[in-house]
Design a binder for this molecule. Structure first.
Ligand code: RRO
Length: 320
């Protein structure tokens, strides 16, 4: 469905760090972000997994590890916060939606739909449907092409705002990549956000010989610097796939962006927008303005007039 909404500047926080509380969201809204995205919200409020569940800086600054377990205020609370943000800041608001077992009778699909409708009603400009959380105990929907199609197609037909989806990495799953890409294309969605954290990763504290996080036997989602080459390839693979088929599905690139260099590479690989998670968590929302300024300087220097000219401009290696 064609329900366009342009975001400028095309840089924002990633759902997760700095996006749970009203204060977090105001902090992003006041920054250089072109859009504000919420932490994925569920039907019921959730406390999340037992701590320690987050290691913000892994050794050698190679990224972060988390098994947060979807802590959030529950959709009813975001329904109150979003209209305030809309009124006070001139920013696109993206509601990230997930589903998890809680004390009521809705199926996971019903939860997504109830929340999606509530978000449209309260003025969210876009949705990002999270089907890739690595930390709530079940195989993410994003690894099942049929359920992915079914869920997204239904949500897209229920709301009149653009529907995006946040997907997991498919880096070593060639056949699944094509099945999911087909499902996404056929579902009618507006955009994809690639990628969520790399699932089932681990680190050890050498001093006390303990795993650094506690839930799920110490395995969690890896984000930040080290996933950047994986994310870049995911962005590029989807970009090329959609381009070849003539699809206008927009791409939000996320994974390992620390400075303008990585942001520019995400755009060159095919991203229309970029999101930043781990670096915002570690350095604050002020980095958004700085990164975007450096991207603009690069564009001016290289003679790119708009970000559209940069998106997907990477060329094959000439072997130099
Ligand atoms: O809250 C989390 O554990 C979490 C989520 Br919902 C997600 O989508 N990705 C992630 O790395 N952590």
């Amino acid at each position: 469905m064609n329900k366009k909404n342009k975001i400028y500047p095309p840089i924002m926080n990633a759902s997760g760090p700095k996006s749970i509380t009203e204060e977090d969201l105001r902090d992003v809204a006041k920054s250089g972000a072109g859009a504000v995205i919420t932490k994925s919200m569920s039907h019921c409020p959730r406390e999340g997994n037992k701590k320690p569940r987050l290691k913000k800086r892994l050794d050698y600054e190679i990224g972060s590890l988390n098994s947060e377990g979807l802590p959030n205020l529950g959709f009813e609370r975001y329904k109150e916060i979003i209209p305030k943000l809309k009124e006070e800041y001139d920013k696109t608001i993206i509601a990230s939606i997930a589903a998890a077992d809680c004390e009521h009778n809705h199926s996971l699909k019903e939860q997504y739909i109830v929340i999606a409708e509530a978000m449209e009603e309260c003025g969210a400009d876009r949705l990002e449907i999270n089907i890739s959380c690595p930390n709530i105990g079940k195989e993410p929907i994003g690894y099942d092409p049929e359920s992915t199609f079914d869920l997204l197609n239904e949500i897209d037909s229920e709301v009149n705002i653009p529907v995006g989806v946040k997907i997991p990495p498919y880096n070593n799953m060639e056949a699944l990549f094509y099945e999911v890409a087909d499902a996404l294309e056929e579902s009618g969605i507006d955009s994809i956000t690639t990628m969520n954290s790399e699932p089932n990763c681990m680190d050890i504290d050498l001093e006390n010989r303990e795993k650094v996080i506690r839930p799920h036997n110490g395995y969690g989602g890896y984000g930040g610097a080290g996933i950047y080459p994986i994310a870049l390839a995911e962005v590029n693979r989807f970009y090329e796939y959609f381009k070849e088929r003539g699809d206008d599905i927009k791409i939000f690139g996320v994974g390992g962006i620390k400075s303008s260099d990585q942001a520019i590479k995400h755009f060159l690989a095919g991203a229309d927008y970029v999101q930043i998670g781990t670096s915002i968590m570690n350095k604050g929302t002020g980095i958004l303005k700085k990164i975007w300024k450096d991207v603009e300087d690069y564009m001016e220097d290289k003679g790119y007039e708009t970000i559209n000219d940069l998106t997907g401009a990477v060329e094959e290696s000439r072997g130099n």
